[in-house]
Design a protein around this ligand. Structure first.
Ligand code: DER
Length: 223
């Protein structure tokens, strides 16, 4: 089974967490795209979705699924999203798709975060994948120096040769070389830095369930 096949497996498996008649929280990325494509088969059984990115909104609407603004809903029963890394506690690194800010907002709005991932995302400790951090442009250099002081190596994410601009008009730094031994403490610490919009550690908004696509089928982890 290819990695793409594994993503399809978990995207389809996530349907069983969708509550008929409700609005579902939807994340961003290639694995979530498989979930969105599968969700289309249930579009008459759900009221709609709250999306975490322009890209997911467009995909949902193209399939005839109504997309609501986060301010139009309270407390979603489930949020379905991918991750770049998943540790044994359900703490995540996210942001590979540059949607981490809205993802964290919709995850916070949801009672249960069901993460969907192929087995390559499972790690013992977070931090091998470059940590995405969404920052206000004027703070890029100052925050870069702060991560460098922690031993990090920082790259400003580019798109078509220019600094990537997120759905929220901000930039993304990708940081490697960090030892994130306590994800909750790390997320709290970096959130305090002026200019940080969102750090791609999802510890406070961790996953409660992770559907893992493996060669022998879907493995369900609960945290
Ligand atoms: O940007 C994100 O957080 C995405 O969910 C990402 O982490 C997973 O994307 P993928 O399913 O394309 O690997």
């Amino acid at each position: 089974l290819s990695q793409d096949d594994l993503k399809t497996l978990v995207g389809q498996a996530a349907l069983k967490y969708v509550v008929p008649g409700e609005i579902v929280g939807v994340g961003t990325g290639s694995t979530v795209n498989k979930f969105i494509d599968a969700l289309a088969s249930m579009k008459d059984q759900i009221t709609g979705a709250v999306s975490s990115s322009v890209a997911s909104t467009e995909r949902l609407q193209a399939l005839g699924i109504t997309v609501f603004d986060c301010n139009e809903v309270t407390e979603l029963s489930v949020y379905i999203d991918g991750a770049d890394e998943v540790d044994p506690n359900g703490y995540l690194i996210k942001g590979g798709g540059a949607a981490l800010t809205r993802e964290k907002i919709v995850a916070a709005e949801s009672r249960r975060f069901v993460c969907i991932a192929d087995e390559s995302k499972l790690v013992q400790n977070l931090g091998k994948f470059p940590l995405p951090v969404e920052v206000i442009p004027m703070a890029v250099n100052r925050i870069t120096r702060q991560f460098q002081a922690m031993g990090g190596t920082v790259v400003l994410r580019l798109k078509d040769g220019a600094p990537l601009v997120t759905d929220n008009g901000q930039h993304i730094l990708d940081v490697t070389g960090l030892q994130i031994s306590d994800p909750l403490a790390f997320e709290s610490q970096v959130n305090q830095w002026p200019g940080v919009v969102t750090v791609g550690v999802f510890a406070f908004q961790k996953a409660q369930v992770c559907l893992v696509g493996t060669a022998s089928g879907v493995k369900t982890l609960t945290f």
